[in-house]
Design a protein around this ligand. Structure first.
Ligand code: D9A
Length: 388
């Protein structure tokens, strides 16, 4: 559906969408004039769209550090993703990436479209990185080193067990959580969060992406990418790709629900992490992606469309989440409504029904015990209308 059609169907998306549009225009005008910072911020807007606007709300020094961290990670990802690079070339680049960021003359051409520009013009990113304060540089270097080594390990290794799945997600996303916690701490605005909680923030987002992107990853050319752990899918089918065939629809949805149930295990850590944040801009920056992930999981659960096409939240809903996620009460409210709604979607014949319900009960209990459910604003109704 086009923007106009969507607006006729959901007229109250209009105001948040307009506000988002204006925020985007304002952010564009703020792009710094020095060429390296200008390059970094316009690249950030090109590769992340709505997330870039959330980064924009952070205090200047932290915002610059997060922008560079984001681009360094994207560059590392581009190397990992590019199937045309031979393994013996790729592995050393991944392992040494944390040293390349200090080298203004280093670059390696790979990737496509915006990512190719990022790689070709990487000197702008290293130049900006070298202007960050030492505390920020150290955090980015440490995480880049550990992530590069983890990615190199998984180049030749498949995600077999649930432990492998957690380990892979730790390298590509959990470490991002750890790195951001270090950056927040370095800014002086927050205490250093415990690593297990920071890790869960990344695992919850990454697992949601892996669930949502099943079809896109399996259809990847020249070679499909597989992140769903064999230990889970082998209970339902012989080959991961069999999930997309119509004759396996019942098994496919059961497997999908098993994957969602696995992702639910991280939600309580995420609540704990967010409830400890003090700075309102940092809070918003962390909470928006989490609420988007919950909305996406709510859309995906028990939904065969995950195996047929793209399942994504409407742009208008994204705009509402960005506009209306402001306090811990909003987050508890969204997590609560989401869990109640999923409870109504659980089919008693689903093989994991009991396990799913037990996890959802634990989440609703935590939200109720926070004591703020009656103080919330209207965000919860936004989440409620995602699945209805
Ligand atoms: C994040 Cl610096 C990510 N990832 C995200 C985005 O959120 C996390 C990549 C780099 C950075 C941050 C994020 C945000 C706030 C706090 C966090 C955190 O931890 C404390 O990361 C754990 O997805 C990528 C990983 C999941 C691999 C970590 C949010 C984002 N959203 C996309 C939407 C989408 O569908 O991907 O990038 C967007 O707005 O374009």
């Amino acid at each position: 559906m086009g923007t106009l059609g969507a607006l006729v169907k959901h007229p109250d998306d209009f105001y948040p969408l307009l506000k988002l549009k204006m925020a985007a225009r304002h952010a564009e005008k703020q792009i710094p004039s020095e060429p390296h910072w200008g390059f970094c911020f316009s690249m950030l807007h090109k590769v992340s769209r709505s997330f870039a606007l959330v980064i924009q709300q952070l205090d200047t020094k932290l915002r610059n550090a997060v922008c560079i961290f984001y681009l360094v990670l994207r560059a590392l990802d581009t190397v990992e993703d590019d199937t045309s690079i031979a393994t013996d070339v790729k592995v050393p680049i991944l392992i040494a990436f944390h040293r390349h960021i200090y080298d203004r003359s280093w670059h390696f051409s790979c990737g496509t479209k915006d990512y190719k520009v990022l790689m070709d013009q990487f000197h702008h990113v290293s130049t900006a990185f070298l202007e960050l304060e030492k505390g920020y540089q150290d955090a980015i270097e440490d995480i880049t080193k550990r992530m590069g080594a983890g990615m190199a390990k998984f180049i030749c290794k498949e995600v077999e067990t649930v432990d492998d799945y957690d380990e892979y997600c730790h390298y590509v996303a959990g470490l991002v959580g750890l790195g951001l916690s270090k950056l927040f701490h370095a800014s002086g605005a927050e205490d250093l969060a415990p690593d297990t909680l920071s890790n869960s923030m990344g695992l919850f987002l990454q697992k949601t992406n892996i669930i949502r992107d099943y079809l896109e990853d399996i259809n990847e050319i020249p070679k499909s990418r597989m992140f769903w752990p064999r230990q889970i899918w082998s209970k339902y089918v012989n080959k991961l790709e069999d999930l997309k065939y119509e004759e396996n629809s019942v098994k496919a949805v059961q497997c999908l629900n098993d994957m969602v149930t696995n992702a639910l295990t991280h939600m309580e850590d995420c609540l704990k992490y967010m409830s400890a944040l003090r700075d309102p801009a940092i809070f918003k920056f962390c909470a928006i992606p989490q609420i988007m992930a919950i909305g996406t999981l709510a859309l995906c659960y028990n939904n065969i469309e995950v195996f047929r096409g793209v399942v994504k939240m409407r742009r208008g809903l994204t705009a509402k989440v960005i506009d209306r996620t402001n306090s811990m009460a909003d987050v508890y409210g969204a997590f609560y409504d989401f869990s109640c709604m999923l409870k109504t979607k659980v089919d008693s014949k689903d093989p994991n029904a009991q396990k799913t319900l037990a996890r959802l009960d634990a989440i609703t209990k935590t939200c109720r015990e926070s004591g703020v459910l009656n103080k919330r604003t209207i965000l919860s109704s936004t989440i409620a209308c995602i699945v209805s």
